[in-house]
Design a protein around this ligand. Sequence first.
Ligand SMILES: [Zn+2]
Length: 313
Amino acid sequence: MKNYIGLDIGGTKILGVLYDEKGNPISKSKKKTKASEGIEVVMEQIVKVIDDLIEDNTVELAGIGAGIPGLVTDGGIITFSPNIPLRDFNLRKVLNKKYDVPVVIGNDVNVAMFGEFKYLNRSDLKHVLGLFVGTGVGGAIIIDGKLYQGQGAAAEFGHMVVNSDGVFCGCGSQGCLEAYASKWAIQEFLRSQIKKGRKSTLKDILETDDVIKSSAIEKAYSEGDEITAEAIDRAIRYLGIALGSLINLFNPQMIILGGGMMESMGKTLLSKLIEESELHTMPGLMKTVEFKLSELGDDAGVYGAYQLIINNK
Ligand SMILES: [Zn+2]
């Protein structure tokens, strides 16, 4: 039986899963990325994860898929990654040469959302968008059942401008969705309000932690913390603007909502988000869109990488 490896290469850890050809996970390996130690060490770590998974000599490796944060072109060349020191690096070629199997690499969010789509295993679904709301905001475009990546950087939904005079974004532009709806944006908003002297139950955590947990934001929100409610309402308003435009552009059958913020707050916020999206959607289009919360959690990346390789080898 043929085996495939799905890799989720993150800024802090590399997760790999070995699958059989039916998509059942067989074994798992996890190592630190050691991103600060440079490209050679990172490559060693990637190889260690793969070698761990193929150690058993009954494994018949037939392909490797991987998701990595950043810009990936031509299915394998990492042009730039914000948190891993791989720049203009042909990871596909390196892994292909070492293991002599087909290799496909994609952007991590694209790949994870493709995994969520495939996991649904619904033959009626062909046109689907994935919106990922975590520390940043990203997405995925699935057309005719296939992941659409443009030249490699498609579906950067977080950098759709939703307010041209708005808040500055990490990308250098102004008024991007990510500058309002990401966990980073919500934290920044809360910090700015606390600085103005407003009260919040999140004050202590915001002062001690660089990054707060989505679950802490959800708790403050559900307990009625005033500035948290303002931050979330603002995020939902801008997500609605973006989703309305995306629905008008792509006429999708489904929108899958993923990422840490959606995992912890999706259930609470879904009806509000649909309401806000409808305000910006052309009449009639909303009726045929299904909204779905992601189901795979941390496994979305590896499962999506497995699906990427079996669909593109
Ligand atoms: Zn931006």
